[in-house]
Design a protein around this ligand. Structure first.
Ligand code: SF4
Length: 418
């Protein structure tokens, strides 16, 4: 599946979180002054998949044991997640959690009992909103009707399914473990248990024609789910596809596919609210919106990233990536491998990198609220982007134009040096 990740400009680089470090973060002066802390979300990473897909650059590892056995060291991992969460509490004391996202990897490799324990631990340790959005990612090859009813009973209220395609030839080319029949069955089981379902579907697949893209799109739309995430397949470094690139549709064909997606999603009542995200009214992913609005998130689990604000600094963290290392380190109190304060120089770019993905952009005032810096820090870049027709900005809203959304990388790069 293609989990949505918060966008960070740079990997973090030093100093794990300790109780002393937590005190420093709260008490010592920093480079900025935030008027208030942003909303807080929780991300939980489950790092195993049945097998690694050739296009995937996420922190996912083939599950131990023979393929098909789906064996993961569940109890050990849940112990580590609880220890990680307990160690993190001093950094988020007194803060309400609005959304939870259990991503991976393939979180649907967790047993119903394991998922129930995870959510119980989270509820016991963190103040969760009564109406918190709790999303879980699932893969069609791991769908079992009974298990999914249990996930719902445990409190998961939004399911995100990594379909990718409804075409057997393309699923095989993507190295997926499921076929078309399983994809259909997965969506049917999901809709029988959840009223808030996202489907991840990719386009510009190896050898895909415009008609095949249209067929996948119509099938996905036909289920009437609340949300679609429609991704352009890209060849990421350090993947099998980067080493042995498949033949992909050319830019013109990919652009025709994007135009088709724009038209058909709009006709079907889905609003294109973020680069790859389409939702029915009020069914946008609240968790992902918090990333794009530069909100805070505590990330626990192997390789999970976090961003946490304090009165005068913004901290980024990364957990140990390898599952075995993470489990050992988390249990001995050192889940965080790297952490650093985001400098005042980096904050404008990090904020804009996320905000510009949103079709509506963000309120201009949120720049100061989330970075602690005055809006005039980026006035030169805003003016330059406006002059190029990439952006509209006034005292109330910063919003990319259609041209800006099409050339998003160019627009984002204009804020590299504020
Ligand atoms: S199932 Fe998803 S997370 Fe796992 S390897 Fe494939 S693309 Fe990556």
């Amino acid at each position: 599946m293609i989990p949505i990740r918060p966008v960070a400009a740079d990997p973090p680089s030093a100093s794990p979180a300790t109780p002393d470090r937590a005190r420093q973060l709260w008490l010592q002066p920093g480079q900025i002054a935030l008027p208030a802390l942003p909303p807080l979300s929780l991300y939980v990473h489950v790092p195993w998949c049945v097998r690694k897909c050739p296009y995937c650059d996420f922190n996912s590892h083939a599950a131990p044991g023979a393929e098909g056995s789906h064996e993961i060291p569940e109890d050990d991992y849940l112990d580590a997640l609880r220890a990680d969460l307990e160690q993190s509490l001093p950094l988020v004391w007194g803060r309400q959690v609005h959304t939870v996202f259990i991503g991976g990897g393939t979180p649907s490799l967790l047993s119903a009992r394991g998922l129930d324990r995870l959510l119980s631990d989270i509820r016991a340790l963190l103040p969760l909103d009564a109406d918190a959005e709790i999303t879980m990612e699932a893969n069609p090859g791991t769908f079992e009707a009974e298990r999914f009813a249990s996930y719902r009973a445990s409190g998961v209220n939004r399911l995100s399914i990594g379909i990718q395609s409804f075409n057997d030839r393309h699923l095989a080319a993507l190295g997926r473990i499921h076929g078309t029949a399983e994809a259909h069955r997965a969506v049917e089981i999901a809709l029988a248990n959840f009223d808030n379902v996202n489907l991840d579907v990719m386009y510009a697949l190896p050898g895909q024609s415009l008609q095949e893209c249209a067929q996948d799109l119509e099938t996905a739309l036909g289920f009437g789910t609340t949300h679609l995430s429609l991704y352009h397949l890209t060849l990421e470094p350090n993947t099998l596809f980067a080493r042995f690139p498949p033949a992909l549709p050319d830019d013109d064909l990919a652009s025709d596919m994007q135009d088709l997606i724009e038209a058909r999603t709009a006709e079907s009542g889905l609003r294109h609210y973020e680069t790859s995200a389409y939702a029915r009214p009020h069914r946008e992913s609240r968790h992902n919106l918090n990333y794009w609005r530069f909100g805070d998130y505590l990330g626990i689990g192997a390789g999970a990233h976090g961003k946490l604000s304090f009165a005068n600094r913004v901290l980024r963290q990364m957990r140990h990536k390898h599952p075995a290392t993470y489990m050992a380190q988390a249990k001995s109190g050192n889940a965080v491998q790297q952490a650093h304060d985001v400098s005042a120089d980096e904050l404008p770019f990090e904020f804009m990198l996320n905000a510009l993905r949103l079709t509506e952009g963000v309120p201009a005032a949120s720049f100061h609220e989330r970075t602690g810096l005055p809006l005039h820090t980026i006035s030169r870049q805003l003016a330059a982007a406006e002059a190029k027709g990439l952006l509209e900005a006034d005292l109330t809203q910063i919003r990319p134009t259609e041209l800006g959304r099409r050339f998003l990388n160019d627009l984002q790069e204009m804020f590299l040096k504020a």
